[in-house]
Design a protein around this ligand. Structure first.
Ligand code: FO1
Length: 318
């Protein structure tokens, strides 16, 4: 491994798994995370940041291993009490998780940015790696469906991803500014590479890429940029990525995920099961590596992290 700095771009549960593996291999001076905030929403007076919280809970070992989101060893008295008085309970906020939202709201109300608040929350969970929200301004993913335009969490949790998808909008993204900490890492002479974790290309990574200048900075980046496929054997490891591809008329293959990022990607990691797609991926002007990418255990997460870092080293030597 190079010992240089690595940036990992992530959103959601699949991305956090690889993030955890990487965090076991690289220290806080060598690894930072950029996180999707398009899933954020205001709910019950709180600012909910699901992808940031999933990453904080995963890295700190306090997450729920079954769902991948929320806290482990959770209790639900608040939800029960809310239900009893006729409150909104479609979005499950556990008692421990609630503490996160109360504290985030308190800090935001004092005027701190989402970046400052995230740094404070991560540090209180003992996390030393830097976690950068993609921007400090609100960007809200809207899913355009046959049932109309839905706020992301209403589509994902409220409607259980059932409505047929027609497209996406990232409300507020044109007014957003890239988190300057991301730019500092990306342009630092010590940057070894960038990894797009196996996250949904349309609703976890695209919101980040639509922040003005983000994609351009990746295109201009001199260090290798790789992505790990969230699609294996035509199925999404988790979440609605493949359902979305089918509904948008996009073939549900790892190769199509690679082509989605073809303008800035130097390398693509797909699962051994998809090794036959290697040559087709390479026609998009990038290198391709097959490995075991399905992460069931902590060892799987670390192995995939190591394979990604080795791949970046190989690409840097070319
Ligand atoms: N996902 C669900 O499927 N149902 C929920 O009730 C739910 C609540 C929730 C609360 C806090 C949080 O941080 C995440 C939560 N999630 C829930 C997960 C979240 O909707 C997704 O992980 C992401 O937004 C998709 O990446």
């Amino acid at each position: 491994m190079s010992g240089k700095r690595t940036l990992a771009i992530t959103g959601g549960v699949g991305g956090a798994k690889l993030a955890l593996g990487l965090s076991k291999l690289l220290g806080p001076a060598e690894l930072a995370f950029v996180v999707n905030t398009g899933d954020d929403f205001d709910h019950l007076g709180f600012h909910i940041s699901p992808d940031i919280d999933t990453l904080i809970y995963t890295l700190s070992g306090t997450g729920n291993p079954e769902t991948g989101w929320g806290r482990g060893d959770e209790s639900w008295q608040f939800m029960q009490a809310l239900k009893e008085i006729g409150g909104e309970t479609w979005f499950a906020l556990g008692d421990k998780d609630l503490a996160m939202h109360v504290e985030r709201r308190r800090l935001l109300s004092k005027g701190f940015t989402l970046g400052d608040v995230t740094a404070s929350l991560a540090s209180s969970f003992g996390i030393e790696h830097k976690i950068f929200p993609m921007c400090n301004e609100p960007v809200r993913t809207r899913v355009l469906t046959d049932n109309g335009s839905l706020d992301f969490q209403h589509y994902f949790v409220g409607e259980k991803c059932v409505p047929r998808v027609r497209g996406f909008e990232f409300e507020g993204s044109t007014r957003a500014n890239i988190n300057p900490d991301f730019t500092d890492w990306l342009t630092s002479p010590g940057l070894g590479g960038v990894i797009l974790c196996p996250s949904n290309p349309y609703v976890s990574i695209d919101p980040i890429l639509t922040v003005p200048g983000f994609r351009e900075q990746l295109i201009a980046c001199e260090a290798p940029i790789i992505a790990v496929s969230p699609v294996v054997g035509g199925a999404a490891i988790k979440g609605p990525a493949v359902k979305m591809m089918q509904e948008l008329g996009i073939p549900n293959t790892a190769e199509r995920v690679a082509s989605h990022y073809a303008d800035f990607l130097d390398g693509f990691v797909l699962d051994n099961e998809d090794v036959d797609l290697t040559n087709t991926v390479e026609t998009h002007g990038m290198a391709c590596m097959a490995t075991q990418s399905v992460m069931r255990t902590l060892e799987d997460r670390i192995s995939l992290g190591r394979a990604c870092l080795d791949f970046i080293d190989q690409l840097a030597r070319r």
